[in-house]
Design a protein around this ligand. Structure first.
Ligand code: FES
Length: 145
C-alpha cells in the first residue's frame, strides 16, 4: 500500500488556498520545534463566518496537505465549527496519514485555533478560554497552560 493516500498527494501537489490575506481579521502562526516546520493561517471573518482563508506552510508535504485540507474544511463555516476542527478530522478527510506524520495535522488544528483567538483578541470579543488549551503564549489569561 502506498505510504500516502491519493488525497494527501492531491492536496500536496495542488494545495488549495495558498497565500496571504491582506488585512486578515485573524492570523495564527504555529511551529513544531522538533521538525522546524511553520504554518501560518489567515482568516477573513464576517459575522462569525469564515469568508476566506489562506495559508503559508513552510514544511513537509503532510503539513502542506493538512493545511490545504483544513482550509477547505473551514471555508464558509462558522467560527464555532472551525474551533471544533480536530487534527483527527483533518487526517480522516485526507484518508489518513502515516503515524509518524500525524503531528503535521496537529499544526493545522492549532494554527486555526490561534487565528480565531487572534480575531477575538483584536476585536475585544469575550470567549471561553478553555477553548484554547494549546495556546502557550497568551498574554491575556493566566488560566491557560
Ligand atoms: Fe513537521 Fe510535517 S514533518 S509538520
Amino acid at each position: 500500500m502506498a505510504l500516502y493516500s491519493e488525497k494527501v498527494m492531491d492536496h500536496f501537489r495542488n494545495p488549495r488556498n495558498v497565500g496571504i490575506i491582506e488585512n486578515a481579521d485573524g492570523i495564527g502562526e504555529v511551529g513544531n520545534p522538533v521538525c522546524g516546520d511553520i504554518m501560518k493561517i489567515y482568516l477573513k471573518i464576517d459575522n462569525d463566518i469564515i469568508t476566506d482563508v489562506k495559508f503559508e506552510t513552510f514544511g513537509c508535504g503532510s503539513a502542506i496537505a493538512s493545511s490545504s485540507m483544513a482550509s477547505e474544511l473551514i471555508k464558509g463555516r462558522p467560527l464555532s465549527e472551525a474551533l471544533k476542527l480536530t487534527n483527527k478530522a483533518v487526517t480522516e478527510a485526507l484518508d489518513g496519514l502515516p503515524a509518524h506524520k500525524l503531528h503535521c495535522s496537529v499544526l493545522a488544528e492549532e494554527a486555526i485555533k490561534k487565528a480565531v483567538k487572534d480575531y477575538y483578541d483584536n476585536n475585544g470579543i469575550e470567549y471561553d478560554h478553555s477553548l484554547f488549551p494549546a495556546c502557550e503564549d497568551c498574554a491575556h489569561c493566566g488560566e491557560m497552560a
